[in-house]
Design a protein around this ligand. Structure first.
Ligand code: NAD
Ligand code: TYD
Length: 352
């Protein structure tokens, strides 16, 4: 079996569902259920003996030791993190606690567990750390895309905390020989994404008739990776990746934010037309994010060449699937729009 951390969040839940469906191997899912964790994401696994959910913190040493001793996983897939740049600007402390200290505690527990294994389990063990392209900093318009050898230059408290965790993972391989794998991927989108990130926020606001807040001039560029493609990449890296290696994962879909939002509005106009006019009428340019990275781009050549992975979705197909999912899951949307969510929206957008 495998241990997944953060498996009630957006990518983690998609991964657990994908893993149980595609591989069928049992999963222990450790998640603290912060504002971003949601058991409704895993409702389809209710009663499935292959999924065991444990509510807890990756920083809890006795809990980790107990889980590893009890379940003896052959791999740990580490998603748990504070993941939103804007929240890291308003309150960085949680990002250091979970992303840096939490990853350190998880590495320590994994090292103790792995050291005590006999062969062949010891050589077969894997610690897969899910990270972000944001650790590489910001690109100019003509710079080459990020590769696995691009120097780290994180610019936000979020990306700095993920960079710290990546360095710890690297050191645990280099120093102790822990068989680690690191993936650095671009912006994910798809079902179950909490509506604080760009795409679900825009969908949810558009459907509610609210303004669509584009930061700054809207010319910032991101690469967009459909979450199902990301899950397939992680499966591939876990299966065939070489210990100690880093793999960049991208969607081959670089886009300016404003073009993405216009495209999203056109998709919504097609699938859920307004009585009159277009959703794009609600696009509003608002005060920029401090330190806003201008451009991210991923060179995914290594994972393609070495592991034979490439994204299956284009941005067009992935976006349609995503918009349809949100249109079909009004209950899920209503369920995550708690008082805490409303407070966040007021805090982040109220003064913009
Ligand atoms: P998310 O915020 O949706 O989910 C994070 C999950 O981790 C939640 O379920 C939360 O409850 C859990 N968690 C947080 N702190 C915890 C702790 N201390 N102990 C146990 N569980 C804890 O995040 P996501 O978008 O699914 O991202 C998953 C991972 O992928 C993160 O490591 C993130 O840095 C990375 N990543 C995300 C993106 C993206 O576009 N979303 C892109 C690149 C990398
Ligand atoms: P986000 O989804 O927060 O991901 P990240 O900052 O990790 O790339 O934001 C994606 C892009 O969209 C980023 O350039 C910031 C921008 N953005 C807006 O313009 N408006 C918004 O309301 C949000 C949340 C993001």
């Amino acid at each position: 079996m495998i241990l997944v951390t953060g498996g009630a969040g957006f990518i983690g839940a998609n991964f657990v569902l994908d893993w149980i469906g595609a591989v069928g191997e049992p999963v222990v899912n450790l998640d603290k259920l912060t504002y971003a964790g949601n058991l409704a994401n895993l409702a389809s696994l209710e009663g499935d003996a292959r999924h065991a959910f444990v509510r807890g913190d990756i920083s809890d040493r006795p809990l980790l030791a107990g889980l590893l001793a009890q379940h003896r996983p052959r791999a740990i897939v580490h998603f748990a993190a504070e993941s939103h740049v804007d929240r890291s600007i308003h309150g960085p402390a949680d990002f250091i606690e979970t992303n840096v200290v939490g990853t350190f505690r998880l590495l320590e527990a994994a090292r103790a567990h792995w050291s005590a294994l006999g062969e062949p389990d010891k050589s077969a063990f894997r610690f897969l750390h899910v990270s972000t392209d944001e650790v590489y900093g910001s690109l100019g318009p003509d710079d080459p895309a990020f590769s696995e050898t691009t120097a780290y230059a994180p610019n936000s408290p979020y990306s700095a905390s993920k960079a710290g965790s990546d360095h710890l993972v690297r050191a645990y391989h280099h120093t102790y020989g822990l068989p680690t794998l690191v993936t650095n991927c671009s912006n994910n989108y798809g079902p179950f994404q909490f509506p604080e990130k760009l795409i679900p926020l825009m969908i949810v606001n558009a459907l509610a008739g609210e303004p669509l807040p584009v930061y700054g001039d809207g010319q910032n560029v991101r690469d967009w990776l459909y979450v199902g493609d990301h899950c397939a990449a992680i499966r591939r890296v876990l299966e065939r990746g070489r210990p100690g290696e880093v793999y960049n994962v991208g969607g081959a879909a670089e886009m300016k934010n404003i073009d993405l939002v216009r495209n999203l509005c056109a998709t919504l106009d097609g699938l859920r037309p307004r009585a009159s006019g277009t959703y794009a009428e609600r696009i509003t340019f608002v005060k920029d994010r401090p330190g806003h990275d201008r451009r991210y781009a991923i060179d995914a050549g290594k994972i393609r060449r070495e592991l034979g992975w490439a994204p299956a979705e284009t941005f067009e197909t992935g976006l349609r699937r995503t918009v349809r999912w949100y249109l079909d899951h009004a209950d899920w949307i209503a369920g995550v729009q708690s008082g805490e969510y409303r407070k966040w929206i007021e805090r982040n957008y109220g003064a913009r």
